[in-house]
Design a protein around this ligand. Sequence first.
Ligand SMILES: Cc1cc2nc3c(=O)[nH]c(=O)nc-3n(C[C@H](O)[C@H](O)[C@H](O)COP(=O)(O)OP(=O)(O)OC[C@H]3O[C@@H](n4cnc5c(N)ncnc54)[C@H](O)[C@@H]3O)c2cc1C
Length: 470
Amino acid sequence: MPDTDVLVVGAGPTGLLLANELALAGVDVVVAEQRPERSGQSRALSLQPRSAEILDLRGWLDPIAEQSLARLPAGHFAGMPVHYGDLDTRFPYQLGVEQSVVEAHLEGLLGAVARGHVLVGLEQDEEAVTAAFDVGGTRKVLTARYLVGADGGHSTVRKLVGAEFPGRAGRVRMAVADITLASADDQGWRLPSFGDTTAGFRHLIPLREGRSRLLFAGPEQQELARDAPVTAAEVQRALGDTARVEEVWWASRFTDASRQAARYRHGRVLLAGDAAHIHLPIGGQGLNLGLGDAFNLGWKLAAHVTGRAPAGLLDTYHAERHPVAAAALASARAQGVLTIPDEDVAALRGFVADLISDPATNRRLAEQQAGLDVRYAVPGAAHPLLGLRMPDVDLPDGTRLNTRFREGRSVLLDTSGRFDHVVSHVDGPDPSRYGVAGDQAVLIRPDGHVCWIGDDEDSLRAALAGVVTG
Ligand SMILES: Cc1cc2nc3c(=O)[nH]c(=O)nc-3n(C[C@H](O)[C@H](O)[C@H](O)COP(=O)(O)OP(=O)(O)OC[C@H]3O[C@@H](n4cnc5c(N)ncnc54)[C@H](O)[C@@H]3O)c2cc1C
């Protein structure tokens, strides 16, 4: 017998959300993480609206939201604001909260992470996956029925299964530094940003405890090696005379490399989050994509290992999530071009800014950046809501729909209860409120996406069989 049902490699946001989803479904899961302890550092500083919705569906958002620094009413496309205020969501804003806060909460819910476990080897056969770890210089072997590589952009899992990772290498080198400025009077906030300067870009974001994050890229960064330490002197040169750096708390380099695994499933091994796709971190999409991958995979893998999944369900993970990341990568590449410091690009930027000022275009881009436009190809008659995530509607009993997903199961939203002999329903409001005919019911998957809208029992039974069997 394998040691566990599922071995998740990597305790970043993707691995931790996935492990919680599996545990919620009663699946035996082990998370193995190379770091002996949590770093407390954060690359991502915000949660997009869909990420907030995902966490809210399981009741995991509130403790995270309580620690947020800000609610930003807009996202951005290449630095141009896209407004979230009118989006049909309970969270029409980016929640300004560090990745470390999200990770700490998800790890706390899970209870245990096998820390200090560096994955070094991986084999699989028809029965199980065998993973070898270096644990403080000692070799340790763990076996599992399935293994998920959520081990970030340099994924060892991806390399060990020989996954193709097509795309392109980075062309631009950038740096990030969390710093304290010498005094609050330093007007670093007035730094030019996103293509305003021919020398590159500098962008300053306020953090908690008087700290700031400086993102920058100029000619100097192009000359330095990817793994060269970011020094305080380099940060000061990037800031110029605008402000004086007192302390550098954390700094790192990154690039605009853009790659995506050709296949997310390799037999008993699956890839998720940055392990499956890397891109320029512009517009705050990486964390959102990783949480979306985990939320799509969790209930499917749980159904699969507990024998309740219809044939092919697990493979819909790649089918549904690969196109989502491909679109995000294309968006990041397009945004990267728009930030190139060049006068012709500045002219192009002017045209794009004009187009984005149109409310309909702005809304479309806002839905994209917010992660609310994701539509999965589910079978059935075309309906505008089919495949999209269901908005969190108020229910007649005074509660709201999202609270019905706490256990990670599908939900039938209905006004009549006529299908209760097939599956119990949740009493919904007038269906016309969300664009559905009065006599129709709505079946929503555990991840909140609508997979059936209809009024006849046979097609409901068929839709249910596509989600779980028995
Ligand atoms: C400068 C910068 C700013 C960013 N800002 C944003 C933002 O504002 N919004 C946003 O959404 N995204 C942002 N991102 C991207 C975001 O941080 C990532 O997309 C996100 O961390 C991906 O999560 P993950 O869990 O997939 O991978 P990771 O967070 O990378 O986690 C992977 C985990 O796997 C572990 N691991 C790696 N190798 C092994 C091994 N061999 N054995 C065991 N464990 C291993 C690592 O230690 C790590 O804990 C930013 C990225 C950068 C570089």
